[in-house]
Write a protein that binds this ligand. Structure first.
Ligand code: HEC
Length: 222
């Protein structure tokens, strides 16, 4: 009796084993049964689709207010906008003015600005002298642009344009805009210089009547 019981248990266990292993490697076209669904089925939405889950019924979620994309944190308002924290245009270039910066400014100026404003900043660029019917570009050598406007204003003109002049924010990077501002200031001094600003050698040349040698807008040469 006992052995009979044992053998019937054994038969049952064997049958279970065969049944279980029989499931492996057997493919079925039907969807598997998932009693615990968790996040197996996730509804997805295309751009601008409606989604009744949200109050405004838009599937698109706007970024949290004040979110900043990677690499776009522009904390230094003076550098990026030419304005201080109160939004006023700043007086002075917010980065060190080096010879390198001015030479970069000269390079960019001659590419982007000289066609209209002229290489000497006198408003006599090729587009202006060529009678193409453009709005005249002003000279930089007016007392207003020389003394009354700050560097932040000039930066703003390069970035955003002014009246009929377009802005150059797309073409010229922030640091290059400042380089151009520095070079505009250099051009202004090249045409309007106090005697004290000149190196002794230049004064000597003028006194000897060889002033031709110091023309042409060279920067800071002894
Ligand atoms: C396509 C010609 C053109 C180019 C290129 C150009 N400008 Fe101008 N710019 C003008 C004109 C025209 C005005 C006058 C706008 C007006 O008063 O309506 C002007 C005005 C200005 C002024 C005087 C603003 C004022 O308050 O009077 C400055 C400074 C200036 N430009 C700087 C630049 C710089 C720097 C560049 C190069 C990045 C540049 N411009 C490129 C045509 C040009």
């Amino acid at each position: 009796m006992r052995s009979l019981l044992t053998s019937s248990y054994l038969t049952l266990a064997l049958a279970a084993l065969v049944l279980l292993t029989g499931c492996r490697e057997t493919r079925s076209e039907r969807e598997p049964i998932q009693p615990q669904q968790n996040m197996y089925y996730d509804e997805s939405f295309g751009p601008q689709e409606a989604n009744s889950f949200f109050e405004n019924r838009m599937a698109d979620r706007a970024p949290v207010a004040g979110a900043v994309a990677r690499g776009h944190l522009k904390e230094d308002s003076r550098f990026y906008t030419g304005r201080d924290e109160e939004g006023n245009l700043i007086e002075r270039i917010p980065i060190p003015v080096t010879r390198e910066l001015l030479e970069r400014g000269q390079d960019r100026y001659n590419i982007y600005c000289a066609v209209c404003h002229g290489q000497a900043g006198d408003g006599q660029g090729i587009i202006m002298t060529g009678d193409y019917g453009y709005t005249p570009a002003p000279t930089y050598h007016s007392s207003r642009l020389r003394d009354e406007v700050g560097d932040g204003y000039l930066y703003d003109v390069v970035a955003n344009g002014v009246r009929s002049m377009p802005g150059y924010a797309q073409q010229i990077s922030v640091s290059d805009r400042w380089a151009i501002v520095g070079y505009m200031r250099a051009l202004q001094r090249s045409q309007f210089t106090e005697e004290d600003d000149l190196p002794a050698s230049a004064i000597r040349e003028i006194e000897q009547g060889r002033s031709a040698n110091i023309q042409g807008g060279r920067i800071g040469e002894e």
